[in-house]
Structure formats: C-alpha cells, structure tokens
Design a protein around this ligand. Structure first.
Ligand code: ADP
Length: 407
C-alpha cells in the first residue's frame, strides 16, 4: 500500500491544531483542535470529514501536549485513521522559527531538534511548544518521518539590505538580531496561487502579499522569491495587528521604562497583547470594528484609519522595492473577508495602477479571485490561504523525494 496521508500538526503554547490530508486525492480526511491544554477543562473538537461523520467534542482536563496528541490519536483511530495506519506517510510540523539555517522543510533528527531548541531565545513563545509537539509525535511513531516546516523559511531569500537592522554589526551578530519574517508558509502558498490566478509562472511575476489575520504581515515577492517582509526579529514588527502594535519608535520602550517605570516584561505584554486594534479601540475583530464605525463610533474609526494608513505605507514601500508590481494579494481572516479594508488600502492609488471594482470586491466567496477593474495595471486579488495544505504538500514532497532516493 502506498502511504499518501500526511498529518499536519500546529502546536501552540496551549493548543494543538491538526489536519489529516490525503495527498493522492487532495482530500481532507479529518480536522480538529485541542485548546486550553493544562487548564482545568480543556476542549478537543474533532471533525471527521472523510465519511461525512459528525463533529465530536470532549471537555475534560488534558494535562499536557503529550496527552493532547494521545487524545487526537485516539479520535483518529476511532475513525479508522489511526497513527498506526500504513497509509500515513509522515507528520508535518509547523515550526515558527527556523533562523537562518533552515531554508527548506527538513526531516527531524537529533541535530534538527537541537537547532530548534537553540533558537528558543528568539522565539520564546513558539519554538518550545513546536518542539514539544514534535517530540511527542516522535514518541508515538518513532519510525515515521517527522518533517519540520518553518514559518521563516520563505523569507531566507531576503537580501542582507532588507534583512539587517542598521545597528552595530558585532552586537547584532552576537545575539542573532536581524529580520527573519514570519507567516512564510502562507506567503509562499498565496504567492504561488496568485501567479496561477494570473495565468503566469511564479518566476514571471512581482507581488505584494498582505496576510491580514489577527497577526498581520506584508511581503514583497519578486519572481517567486521573498525580497522583503514586514515582520522582523519577532512577529511584532510591521503592520498594525489585532493585539500587536507593529512598528513603533524603539525609543518608546526606553521612555516607558524610564518615565513610565514599566518593566521589560510589562512592555512586552503591552506591545504584543494590549496594542494594535484592541489597544486603540478595545476590539480586535474587524467585524466588530466595522459595526461600531457604522454606528458612528469615533475610536473604532480612528483604529481603522491607523490600520489602513500603515497598510498603505507598506504597499507604497514594497511597490518601490519591487519597481514593478503585477498583483497585490489579500489573504487571511481580514484580507479574505473585509471588503472595506481592501477598498480603503488601495483608495487614491490609481496613479500607481491600483483600484478595486466595488461590485467585484463586495462579492463573498471562498475562491481565489481578482477584484480590480479590467483597466487597472495592477491586479488586486483575494486569495484564501491554506497553511495546512502547504505544510502537507511540502512534507509530502520531501518524504516522496526521500522515498525515491531509497528506491
Ligand atoms: P489568525 O491570525 O488567528 O490565524 P485569521 O486569519 O483567522 O487569524 O483572522 C482572524 C481575524 O479575521 C478576526 O480577528 C477578524 O478580525 C477577521 N475576520 C474574520 N472574518 C471576518 C469577516 N467576515 N469580516 C471582517 N473580518 C473578519
């Protein structure tokens, strides 16, 4: 029997999201989520998609990631999709920080685990959880290839001129301070899909990709390769996000320490969790913000305007970086669904060849589509992202290659 199934695991600090995909049929067999791991009542929601089964839910304490993965394995086994199935080819893991070393998806061995661990200081929230997920999966299926797919990998093509901060080189290098970029799996997938939508090969097109979810990032992609991206050493830099500030003058931090008497940890929480849209107006959900704007709420209006202003600045910056832009692609929760954000982001940019068609832009759809008028020089596209599919495809390609080499 050929093994064509890939289990994708996205292990966060207190959650595990998973999908089981069949790469031969492109069918999604099961999806699910374990959240509130370690809390009094954790929640596991498992949806078997293959046989059209009903979603199942467990509300009980799941103490740690090992317990969560075990529970997931049991749910999959109950649908005849257990981890012991000979059809399972590999497990693909999302790993947030791959530093400079990991430019491609990589089969995990001890050296890879050690390197992911070495990167914890630059990804303290994410890499420990990703590591625990991998280690637990290895214990459950020690014989199976475990593949790490890195959020940073797509951005490793950035030239030094974009990747370096203008700070003392020796200090920067000693502490690995540089711009790494994140959401790379999404930027990679959406760039390819956008080229496809334009009927071109990725190598022929220049794109600006705007991943606007709760976290948000922009990237400039020339001929299929990332040349700049808005997130930096951590996912805090760049655009205004749901709860993160994005760009601020670094001196704001010293000012808050010296004058506001805040500790580094307090400022970390302020900028990562209490800023962005939620800090500006108390809501981080764009639907709620639009509703409040419609009711005449001033702080929601200002939060929206600040969000759009920053977005526009990045569109302008990446236009200049690329010189020629063939398309701007909007993706993720806000990018795919919020027509007013797309409209406002390109408003007034007709001289740059940018416009949206009001009618096309307001159509709701799950399909990749172009929402700019025919006359516009630059296509504006809405391209739903699918990070799990991208991880599964990259994992399968790697395991397939390994299989071919062994054959
Ligand atoms: P995450 O970064 O958590 O993966 P998503 O890409 O799922 O986030 O995006 C979540 C965000 O998408 C929500 O916080 C909300 O602001 C926005 N969103 C989702 N649906 C809509 C919608 N229909 N209209 C406007 N915004 C939406």
């Amino acid at each position: 029997m050929t093994a064509t199934r890939i289990l994708v695991l996205n292990s966060g600090s207190s959650s595990v999201k998973y999908q089981l995909l069949d790469m031969a049929t492109h069918e999604r067999l099961a999806v699910g989520l374990v959240e509130r791991i370690g809390e009094e009542t954790s929640r596991l929601k498992h949806t078997p998609l293959a046989g059209g089964g009903e979603a199942r839910e467990q509300n009980r304490r799941i103490a740690d990631h090992a317990g969560a993965l075990k529970a997931v394995a049991d749910e999959l086994a109950a649908d005849g999709l257990g981890l012991d199935s000979p059809e399972l080819a590999a497990i693909g893991h999302r790993v947030v920080h791959g530093g400079l070393k990991f430019t491609e998806p990589t089969i995990v061995d001890d050296a890879v685990l050690a390197e992911i661990e070495r990167l914890i200081p630059v990804a303290p929230l994410h890499n420990p959880a990703n590591l625990t997920g991998i280690r637990t999966a290895m214990e459950l299926r020690p014989d199976l290839p475990q593949v790490a797919v890195f959020d940073t990998a797509f951005h490793t093509t950035m030239p030094e001129s974009a990747a370096r901060y203008a700070i003392d080189v020796a200090t920067a290098d000693a502490h690995r301070v540089r711009r790494y970029g994140f959401h790379g799996t999404s930027h990679a997938y959406v760039s390819r899909k956008t080229a496809e939508l334009l009927g071109k090969d990725p190598s022929e097109v220049n794109l600006i990709v705007l991943h606007l979810g709760n976290g948000a990032s922009a990237s400039a992609v020339r001929g299929g390769e990332c040349v700049d991206t808005s997130m930096g050493l951590t996912p805090l830099e760049g655009l205004v996000m749901g709860t993160r500030s994005g760009d601020v003058d670094p001196a704001v931090i010293f000012h808050l320490m010296r004058v506001g008497k805040m500790s580094p940890d307090e400022i970390d929480i302020l900028l990562n969790q209490k800023s962005g849209l939620i800090g500006l107006c108390g809501d981080n959900d764009m639907r709620e913000i639009r509703r409040r704007i419609d009711e005449g709420d001033e702080s929601a209006r200002l939060a929206f305007d600040i969000y759009i202003h920053r977005l526009k600045k990045y569109i302008g910056a990446y236009y200049a970086v690329l010189g020629r832009v063939d398309a701007i692609a909007f993706t993720a929760g806000v990018g795919e669904n919020a027509a007013p954000v797309r409209e406002a982001a390109v408003a007034g940019l007709e001289e740059l060849g940018l416009a949206v068609d009001g009618e096309l832009n307001s159509v709701r759809s799950d399909e990749a589509r172009i929402v700019s008028p025919e006359y516009a020089r630059v296509a504006v596209a809405v391209v739903p992202t699918d990070e799990e599919l991208e991880i599964a495809q990259q994992t399968y390609a790697l395991v397939g290659d390994a299989g071919d080499r062994n054959a």
